[in-house]
Design a protein around this ligand. Sequence first.
Ligand SMILES: [Zn+2]
Length: 138
Amino acid sequence: MTEDTLIKAAIAAMPNAYAPYSQFLVGAAICDENGNIHTGVNVENAAYPQGSCAEAGAIAAMIMAGGTRIHQIAIAGRGGNLCTPCGGCRQRMREFANPDTPILIADENGLRQRFTLDELLPHSFGPNHLDKPDHLDK
Ligand SMILES: [Zn+2]
């Protein structure tokens, strides 16, 4: 799985976002431990707090398909600012990723910046705080 393939999957997902209120389309694509890609988009709601992020959708798709680990993730969104994951999604990814897991931030033209999870969520709280290994058995 190349970075470019994963980024293209995130960009391809963007038009499927449901964002009638913000018009801010986001696509996310996860490559799991088996090399399978799982995508998600943001889904807004008229009751604003009920909306969900693209990363959350991609994680749910990964779990549904039997994947358990985020090998790398690409997130694509437009705008002058980097479309970095929100705080909640950084924690969501923490559950299934390692500190050095690549997080690729893109826009419709391709990669803009590469981070690791630890760079975006340093000193994080995770399964090990509850005496569970980072890679939980089902
Ligand atoms: Zn989020």
